[in-house]
Design a protein around this ligand. Structure first.
Ligand code: ADP
Length: 141
């Protein structure tokens, strides 16, 4: 049913994406679909830029890209069926933009159990569910 599955991954907390990756893989195998892993890196404020090396953004992107490649390599799907993207900016804004641009028909998000903190400050998962144009599956870790 779902052919283009986007999995947002927080590289600082890969463990909560594991159940989301497992579920996505099963769905992709059933539908002969494809997966795309996306991670969003934070942009440094312009005032910090003079304190970091000139190639900072590039090396941040390369590191993130390698980390996604490593995660992809551990998935039991043909490599041609997995792609990845590194984006910079606000987390849910960039995830929603990637979903639109790539034409995802499902976003699969790993999420902690709801807590008072997430009720009060909101969470990426909640905002993505609310604003995505495609279906969203939230997998509780
Ligand atoms: P909660 O677990 O409280 O719901 P979030 O709303 O941040 O926390 O949801 C966690 C999910 O959000 C992660 O599994 C991942 O799918 C996505 N996510 C969080 N940070 C990032 C990031 N930097 N890049 C990509 N996805 C992220």
């Amino acid at each position: 049913m779902f052919k283009k599955i986007l999995i947002p991954i927080d590289l600082t907390e890969v463990a909560i994406s594991k159940p989301a990756l497992d579920a996505s893989m099963e769905l992709a195998l059933q539908s002969k679909g494809v997966l795309r892993l996306v991670t969003v890196e934070t942009l440094l404020p312009a005032s910090f830029m003079e304190y970091v090396p000139p190639e900072f953004d590039k090396s941040q992107e390369e590191r993130a890209s390698q980390a996604l490649e490593q995660i992809s390599a551990g998935l039991a799907l043909p490599k041609d069926n997995i792609s990845h993207a590194v984006r910079f900016g606000g987390i849910y804004v960039e995830i929603l933009a990637e979903a639109d641009e790539w034409g995802a028909d499902l976003i699969v998000i790993g999420s902690h159990r709801p807590s008072m903190a997430t009720y009060l400050i909101g969470s990426n998962a909640k905002t993505i569910v609310r604003h995505a144009k495609c279906s969203v599956l939230v997998i509780r870790a």
